[in-house]
Design a protein around this ligand. Structure first.
Ligand SMILES: Cc1cc2nc3c(=O)[nH]c(=O)nc-3n(C[C@H](O)[C@H](O)[C@H](O)COP(=O)(O)OP(=O)(O)OC[C@H]3O[C@@H](n4cnc5c(N)ncnc54)[C@H](O)[C@@H]3O)c2cc1C
Length: 382
């Protein structure tokens, strides 16, 4: 199918990747996002080898490599800052023969800007501050075709051949269209993230293991890195923004060496993102009629495998491939679901298992084994 009129709801990584690939394949794409302005929270993103393959398929590899950071793998340290070993992340075979990096990082705002720039070259702009208030479909048309009538918050009612919902973890449309879907569940952990200046020696991803919390650094550009810290929060305490800096510094105080001087650089101006972790997986079909879910709206993972954004990008690629091949939207969406369900479920479930191992203070070896076997599985074609 080509020349279809498609609405993308949500301009996160899933929505923008879907928009880019569907527009490239000759469809007329409109993108809306509820936010009035771009407020890309969540600091930086770690990019795994499989995510680089998706980035290549999206056609944005050279921009990501120029504006992000690539590195060979992870330098593992103990909580005194002693370097224990370096794990080299295997490179995934590229689809075009280009050499893909094994690991990397990028600021979320930079990745968004790259995706938006590539979309605008195709003539697609994101319309901000717009939501759909309802989606109605006539599923019983005599010729079997389905169209969606979408009512928007600016009072327009528009018709589309397909609607792609990339509304993220708290998707309201998922609640309406898939009432049996289980809501996201808290996992008992929280993730702290903050973007900081990158010391020159932080030239790999760094892990600091053996403390009561797990800490890491990911370079995201020549100048910057982000620090992440995973904390056990069985009772999900309420935390005011004003106190985040003090709590983060106190959590980092058990670490010596480089991490202690990095902790000192955190101050009241630091933009700290604190987020209790939640996850969910929609195990039944991800579509109804000509409406389909992509990204966190269908499968939201915790960050242990650093692959949620990669899965969101792959969703857009696979959806557009199946859209091009299929005779109608239902067939395309069904084939997309068949190709995505096991892979995305593995990421969600194995990330949860690694989180449970972290909570149980299981050995680094046990945790690393599950990370390695999961990334090996993700290395297979999507
Ligand atoms: C703590 C943490 C760390 C992570 N780290 C990594 C990492 O290092 N690497 C990695 O690959 N993945 C990581 N992930 C996962 C990754 O962030 C997500 O999987 C990814 O961002 C999901 O993208 P999305 O487009 O599906 O959703 P979102 O990014 O949530 O985007 C949804 C968009 O939809 C819009 N929207 C919502 N409702 C509506 C509506 N009704 N109408 C219009 N617009 C709407 C929102 O404004 C938003 O712009 C992490 C996740 C967490 C929680």
């Amino acid at each position: 199918m080509q020349d279809k009129r498609i609405l993308i709801v949500g301009a996160g990584i899933a929505g923008l990747s879907s928009a880019l690939m569907l527009a490239k394949n000759g469809n007329d794409v409109m993108v809306i996002d509820a936010n009035e302005n771009w407020e890309i929270t969540g600091a930086g993103l770690t990019i795994s080898g499989p995510s680089f393959r998706a980035i290549e398929a999206l056609g944005i590899l050279s921009d990501v490599m120029a504006q992000g950071h690539t590195h060979p793998g992870i330098k593992v340290h103990d909580n005194h800052g002693l370097h224990l070993k370096t794990l080299i992340s295997p490179c995934i075979a590229s689809q075009t023969g280009a050499a893909l990096p094994g690991a990397g990082g990028i600021l979320r705002s930079t990745l968004h800007a790259i995706l938006l720039e590539h979309l605008s070259r195709l003539g697609v702009q994101v319309q901000m501050g717009l939501k759909c208030t309802s989606i109605s479909q006539d599923l019983l048309r005599p010729d079997g075709s389905v169209q969606a009538q979408v009512h928007l918050t600016d009072q327009r009612t528009l018709s589309f051949d397909a609607v792609v919902l990339g509304e993220g973890l708290y998707s309201k449309s998922r609640q309406h269209l898939f009432p049996k879907a289980t809501p996201p569940a808290l996992t008992g952990q929280a993730c702290w993230r903050v973007v900081l200046s990158r010391p020159e020696n932080v030239d790999h991803r760094f892990f600091y293991l053996g403390g009561s919390v797990k800490v890491g650094l990911t370079p995201v550009s020549n100048e910057h890195m982000y620090l992440f810290l995973l904390e056990s929060i069985p009772h999900n305490p309420h935390r005011e923004t004003a106190e985040l800096q003090v709590i983060l510094k106190s959590l980092l105080s058990e670490f010596n060496g480089e991490l202690s001087s990095i902790a000192q650089s955190i101050n009241a101006q630091s933009h700290i993102v604190y987020r209790p972790l939640e996850s969910h997986f929609l195990s039944d079909s991800w579509s109804t009629g000509c409406v389909v879910l992509v990204g966190d709206a269908a499968h939201a993972t915790t960050p242990q495998l650093a692959s949620g954004a990669g899965m969101a990008m792959e969703d857009g690629i696979v959806l557009s491939e199946e859209f091009l091949k299929a005779k109608d939207t239902q067939e395309a969406f069904h084939r997309y679901f068949l190709r995505r369900q096991n892979r995305c479920n593995m990421v969600v479930q194995n990330s949860l298992k690694i989180g449970q191992l972290e909570l149980a203070r299981a050995s680094a070896v046990e945790q690393a084994q599950l990370v390695e076997s999961s990334l090996l599985e993700l290395a297979s074609p999507y």
